[in-house]
Ligand binder design. Structure first.
Ligand SMILES: [Zn+2]
Ligand SMILES: [Zn+2]
Length: 76
């Protein structure tokens, strides 16, 4: 899955955080459970990333989760 700007759909760049150069806006990435829409806990093992939902009490595959980029005004 590609990481795209929620405003202009350009690919986001990485400069220590997600950034869209067209919008001159930084973003935070938040991942939500596709079933209960709660924020997911990120698990990293052996170089692969998966997500765990504490509400559903099950592992969610990276391709199934909902990814939301929220604008950040606090980026250094
Ligand atoms: Zn943009
Ligand atoms: Zn869930």
């Amino acid at each position: 899955m590609e990481d795209r700007c929620p405003q202009c759909a350009e690919l986001l760049q990485w400069d220590g955080g997600y950034v869209c150069h067209s919008c001159e806006q930084h973003y935070h990435k938040q991942v939500y459970c596709p079933s209960c829409h709660r924020p997911l806990e990120k698990l990293q093992a052996c170089g692969s990333v998966s997500y765990f939902c504490n509400t559903c009490n099950e592992l969610k595959s990276k391709s199934a989760v909902n990814t939301v980029f929220t604008a950040s005004d606090h980026e250094a």
